[in-house]
Design a binder for this molecule. Structure first.
Ligand code: F6P
Length: 745
């Protein structure tokens, strides 16, 4: 309100000043203008008087009849504005004059004055207008008639006009001021609300939107474009903003006052297995773990996850905790033990047969079983118990990871109302129609809305989520702030593109050279040094586009037979969810297609496709990335995909080409990749050919730009942005709570 008034004052003050200045400048101008108009009138009047008097006056002057002349003069001056008259001879001598004619006004002076644009003669009784007109008799000039008109009436009128003008300006200023205030008060808010309503597709435009349904999507689209522009703008501003583990730690300590951090995920970051030589540990093939592990190492805290390794129980303490990473003990891993039934219903069943295909457009039907749902609920409750048990304060910061825990945020919120819960959904969020397939959609949405923040990789997924909530729940959405409020709980829905930790100098120094990686990998496969290699590194999952990739290889070799025997695809496919029929069938299919393509294009000692369906440790994968000419990422649908970012990070020689599916979230960031539609085999084949024949200079240019992007937009920035948003939120809530308490007291 105060700011509106200030705004109005800021507008009104210059307006009134302008009006005053206008009046100040206009008055003298108006004065001289009216004087000239009246002078012109008086001149015309003079002509008229002269014409009327000409004959009789000329005759009287010629006859030297003074009495007649005076009679004519007296009659003429009865007109109140005509003050005096005089008659001049043709040689400029004053022959006759009326009583009031100034004695010192000569004919020559009168003639000079009459020539002026404003022929004005100041006299003691007031200024007079001087006019000089020819006196004609029978066509010849007999002299000049000098007419002196009173000008005081003109001045009187001019003063009146000035008064009216000032009054008019004041009235105009007042009217404009009143209208401005009213418009500002009523319309400003109205317009803003109207514009906001337009963006929401309601308000003033509601009837329009309802009658013309096309406008709703248009407004949505408009809003999304604005958001995209905003994101791109913020991204460009953020570029110089350097994020690393220290900065993340500092943020946690400064803005979150060192609050404790708890991460919850299904997959654990370290899996202990029983080998023939004793217990060993491995890192899972998981984008989630790749991203969250460096954050935990930077910030410490507790990571709660399902203990799935065969030796996991043997290394934990009596509270099921173990310090990790093994050997450097930087944070606590708290393991949760699931029964085979729980794992079956919650992980394989509801999460991976239901939600996974539901959220990925990969043309696999989701399966929803009542029993899986019940188990999913139970396991979420078990993890909520673990969070409460691990929390050392009433308001920990809890990072809930992924689709395995859609119900967890609300369960934690119920028991730790002051917790800050950041939920990150690592997979895509489908459109509302697709999501409506799920029989328990409302419960899932309500569960997620227990979070302080729900994060997705892309704005598109945020938009889908918000629309899904609007379609299914009685919640209030604030599109401008991207928040949803339900049961007095407000949740921020925001996009945070996930990334990797940029390798440190020490890490890079430990890598074997690119030349060594190239020769080692080729020797291992029995291939010559100059053999072209493409690599794919994925979990063995139907969403990854492995089939489409092999088809692209096949088609490229058909089109470019000279490459047969000098090019191969090395496909790492880490076994994943292999207990599920869908995965078994898919993996079986890939093996068959690989055999078929190798049957067509394999040559002695050289396969077209090497399918390495086994777990690869991080170093082995890095070696492959460094040995490759091309990295192929052809996901049919992917939240982000971190393989492409890992490949870029591994190529400090600035060589190698990234071929990337447009359906991976990463495609929005990694513009210098060769972006492909994996469903279009021909396009994939051509892109692959272009990649393996790309000149080194072009590779360098693309790769150096990609590297800059991945280095700057690293995982510390991902976590940092989320935690900074959370810190702001916490601060706001704390202030609100204090205010509430204060008001109560
Ligand atoms: O992509 C979703 C996700 O949870 C990733 O974060 C992770 O890479 C993968 O799935 C892990 O799958 P799983 O734990 O089932 O092997």
């Amino acid at each position: 309100m105060l700011s509106t008034l200030r705004l109005q004052f800021r507008f009104l003050f210059p307006l009134l000043l302008t009006l005053a200045a206008a009046a100040y400048l206009a008055l003298p101008l108006l004065d001289s203008l009216t004087l000239r108009w009246f002078s012109r009138d008086l001149t015309l009047r003079g002509v008229l008087v002269t014409n009327t008097l000409a004959d009789s006056l000329s005759t009287a002057v010629q006859e030297d009849n003074e009495a007649r002349v005076q009679t004519l003069f007296n009659r003429a001056v009865q007109d109140e504005r005509l003050v005096a008259l005089g008659v001049c001879s043709p040689n400029g001598e004053l022959l006759r004059r009326s009583v009031a004619f100034p004695a010192d006004l000569s004919c020559t002076h009168a003639a000079e004055l009459a020539e002026l644009p404003l022929p004005k003669l100041p006299l003691a009784g007031g200024a007079v207008h001087v006019g000089m007109h020819k006196l004609m008799l029978d066509g010849s000039k007999v002299g000049d008639l000098v007419l002196l008109h009173d000008l005081s009436f003109v001045e009187r009128r001019s003063q009146d006009t000035q008064k009216y003008l000032i009054a008019f300006m004041v009235a105009l200023g007042a009217i404009i001021a009143i209208i401005t205030v009213i418009v500002a008060q009523l319309s400003w808010r109205g317009w803003v609300k109207g514009a906001q309503a337009l963006l929401r597709g309601e308000g003033l435009l509601t009837p329009l939107v309802h009658s013309h349904r096309d406008l709703g999507p248009l407004a949505d689209d408009f809003r999304d474009r604005l958001r995209d522009l905003d994101d791109a703008y913020r991204r460009s501003l953020d570029r110089d903003d350097h994020w690393d583990p220290e900065r993340l730690r500092a943020l946690l300590h400064a803005q979150l006052r060192g609050d404790e951090l708890i991460v919850v995920s299904n997959r654990e970051p370290y899996i202990h297995e029983q080998g023939s030589d004793g217990v060993y540990f491995k890192r899972p093939a998981s984008g989630l773990v790749t991203a969250v592990e460096p954050v935990m190492r930077a910030c410490s805290g507790t990571w709660i996850a399902h203990g799935s390794g065969s030796a996991d129980r043997s290394v934990v303490d009596k509270h099921d905790r173990v310090m990790v990473p093994p050997g450097s003990d930087e944070y606590t891993l708290r393991r949760i033990w699931l029964t085979p039934e729980e794992e079956q219903g919650y992980y394989y069943g509801f999460a991976n047969e239901g939600l996974w295909p539901l959220c990925h457009v990969a043309h696999v039907r989701p399966v929803f079983r009542e029993s899986d749902w019940e188990t999913y609920k139970r396991v979420n409750e078990r993890f909520a118990d673990a969070v409460v048990a691990e929390a050392r304060s009433e308001d920990p910061v809890v990072l809930v990871q992924d689709y395995h825990f859609a119900l967890l945020p609300a369960l934690i919120r119920k028991r730790l109302p002051r917790a800050t819960i950041l939920t990150f959904w690592h997979i895509p969020w489908p459109n509302p129609e697709s999501f409506s397939i799920c029989p328990w959609r409302n419960e899932l949405l309500e569960g997620l809305l227990g979070s302080t923040i729900v994060g997705f990789h892309t704005r598109y997924h945020c938009k889908n989520f918000i629309e899904t909530v609007e379609r299914n729940l009685e919640a209030r959405t604030e599109h401008e702030h991207s928040t949803i409020t339900i049961n007095k709980q407000t949740t921020l829905i925001e996009s945070y593109p996930i990334s990797i930790a940029w390798p440190s100098d020490e890490e890079r120094a430990a890598w074997p050279s690119v030349a060594l990686c190239r020769s080692t990998v080729r020797e291992r496969l029995g291939l010559p040094a100059e053999h072209k290699l493409a690599v794919g590194v994925d979990r063995f999952d139907y969403t990854k586009g492995i089939l489409e990739r092999i088809h692209a290889v096949e088609r490229m070799l058909e089109k470019h037979p000279k490459l047969v025997g000098s090019f191969s695809l090395v496909q790492v496919a880490a076994p994943s969810r292999s207990d599920l029929d869908e995965y078994k069938a898919f993996q079986q299919r890939i093996r068959q297609v690989t055999d078929r393509v190798n049957g067509r294009f394999g040559r002695p000692g050289c396969q077209a496709v090497y399918l390495l369906a086994e777990h690869h440790e991080h170093d082995a994968v890095t070696e492959l990335y460094r040995a490759a000419d091309v990295c192929v990422v052809t996901s049919l649908h992917d939240g982000m995909n971190l393989v492409c970012k890992e490949f870029v990070a591994a190529r400090d020689d600035e060589q190698g080409v990234l071929m990337l599916s447009r359906f991976a979230g990463a495609a929005a960031e990694l513009n210098e990749a060769l972006i492909v539609n994996p469903y279009h085999v021909e396009e994939g084949a051509d892109a692959l050919y272009r990649a393996i024949t790309m000149p080194a200079a072009e590779q360098r240019e693309r790769m150096s730009n990609l590297r800059m992007t991945v280095r700057d937009f690293n995982v510390y920035r991902w976590a940092g942005r989320m935690l900074a948003d959370a810190a702001r939120w916490r601060l706001r809530e704390r202030i609100e709570a204090r205010m509430l308490k204060h008001n109560h007291d």
